[in-house]
Ligand binder design. Structure first.
Ligand code: SF4
Length: 479
């Protein structure tokens, strides 16, 4: 679709919603005419599509003398997208429970409003009136914000979290939007990658000592870290133990995302070196779907992996499920959720299908789940989680998520992952190591980013630059 904006431009926000209503290959033109005079915003939208014209004329009151640029940007953007939604709604009936809220961290907005002195009732009103968020999603965002606020209090001065990216997986899932490579082609780099990672850990340890910071959380993700051999994993854990002060370490997560990579040997090693949180992700408990999405593991393998982790002594296990996997109905999702609940994991994360790789999915000939069906799945998950005593504690949305919906982590009060919250709320410096991570240096309101290379080959070939990037991070603190 071609976008033409007169009077005010907000292509980023507009394109989020245009991409929900129209496929990439659909042709047409969206034109908005924006004006703000005498305290009234007026946005006329015209959509030319399939030889027809669809129009809307949206108006709202807003002081013409307002000077706050952030507020002006928000209100103008909302007016344009609301006007578009009204015109596009005449073409396709798509309900968006988050209305025109386009940010990826709705709970962060709630928390910020609250810190500015607004009550939760007032925030609910703002979300409803300005962004057209449904009462159910307002309640969800407020619940998450309240839980986050509690966990954020635990962040200590001069603390950082470490993220270690292991960009290898046994195969590539059809819907994958993460940094990862299929070991059938990249496996030859695993040993060298692991050795260099230990050198990066050593360098990071030296720098943290120099600047006087300690590590509060470690998160080893990817990819699937447990794709590495037990020997490589042990070498990395040993390096962490040697170079990082574990004295104040609170949370140490290892993603063992793919059940087909979990062995008793790897779990025992992880336990021995202090890992206290594991993630084992079935994504669905329907065999047919597992085949379609290229996970290359079975439900039985998830069952075995979960039991292995429990036997190794892990008492904090997260499991991920995805709502809206190709070909899945509400009943399929409900079945998966009920099956996972039987294992009693401490943390259950419900992701919404991300359609970044929709082309690959379409190529597979399997249909994507409709937005309404997906929303029904998420509502059901929220209700069931609350019934079993789990609260929503972190939430984020991705740009290409179906229907602009959300990913939510549910846990009981003692198992809310502080790393997950810190990364969402950008409240603590995260130092990224390995492949694909991005360090976020939090300096008050300012956030600086230092990006690592994604591919294992690139990481190995340009390793000197990786070490230089660690110096770059330290420089922010040396200044
Ligand atoms: S296991 Fe995760 S990171 Fe690996 S290919 Fe599948 S979705 Fe991507």
């Amino acid at each position: 679709m071609i976008l033409v904006q007169n009077g005010y431009k907000c292509d980023y926000e507009m394109n989020i919603f245009i991409n929900i209503f129209f496929d990439k290959d659909e042709e047409g033109t969206v034109t908005t005419d924006f004006s703000h005079e005498n305290d009234v915003i007026n946005v006329k939208t015209k959509i030319e599509f399939n030889g027809k014209i669809y129009e809307s004329d949206y108006q709202c009151g807003f002081s013409s003398s307002e000077k706050n640029p952030k507020l002006i940007k928000k209100i103008y953007g909302c007016a344009c997208t609301k006007s578009f939604l009204r015109a596009a709604g005449k073409i396709r009936n798509i309900q968006l429970p988050w209305g025109v809220m386009s940010g990826i961290r709705p709970a962060k907005s709630v928390r910020q409003f609250h810190e500015q002195g607004k009550s939760f009732d007032e925030i609910k009103q703002i979300l409803g009136e300005i962004y057209e968020v449904t009462p159910k999603k307002c309640d969800l965002a407020i619940k998450v914000a309240k839980n986050e606020a509690e966990i954020l209090k635990r962040i200590k001065e001069n603390s950082v979290s470490l993220y270690i990216g292991i960009p290898f997986c046994p195969s590539r899932c059809l819907y994958c939007s993460f940094v990862s490579t299929d070991v059938r082609s990249s496996g030859k780099y695993m040993d060298e990658f692991s050795e260099l990672l230990c050198r990066e850990i050593e360098k990071t340890g030296q720098i943290l000592k120099e600047i006087g910071f300690f590590v509060q959380n470690i998160y080893i993700g990817g990819g699937t870290p447990t794709t590495l051999s037990a020997q490589n994993l042990e070498m990395i854990f040993k390096s962490l133990k040697k170079n990082i002060d574990f004295e104040n370490l609170e949370e140490f997560t290892l993603e063992a995302g793919r059940p087909d990579t979990v062995t008793a040997e790897k779990m025992d090693i992880a336990k021995k070196y202090g890992v206290n949180r594991i993630s084992i992700n079935p994504q669905t408990m329907n065999e047919k779907t597992l085949e379609v999405i290229g996970r290359r593991h079975s439900v039985k393998m998830f069952d075995e992996a979960f039991k292995i982790a429990r036997n190794s002594g892990f008492d904090n296990i997260n499991t991920d499920l995805i709502a809206g996997l190709p070909g899945e109905s509400f009943e399929d999702f409900k079945y998966s959720l009920e099956e996972v609940i039987k294992y009693n994991p401490e943390d259950i994360t419900i992701h919404s299908m991300c359609i970044k790789r929709a082309a690959a999915l379409r190529f597979s000939g399997i249909g994507l789940t409709g937005y309404d069906e997906m929303n029904k799945m998420l509502d059901y998950a929220q209700q069931r989680m609350e019934e079993i005593g789990k609260q929503p504690y972190y939430m984020y949305r991705q740009k290409n998520i179906s229907g602009n919906l959300e990913n939510v982590g549910y846990a009981d009060a003692n198992h809310m992952s502080s790393y997950n919250i810190n990364i969402m709320e950008e409240a603590q410096t995260i130092v990224a190591l390995g492949g694909g991570g991005s360090s976020k240096i939090v300096m008050g309101d300012r956030i600086e980013r230092v990006v690592n290379f994604k591919e294992p080959y690139e990481y190995i070939r340009r390793f000197d630059e990786i070490l230089a990037k660690k110096e770059e991070i330290a420089d922010y603190f040396r200044k």
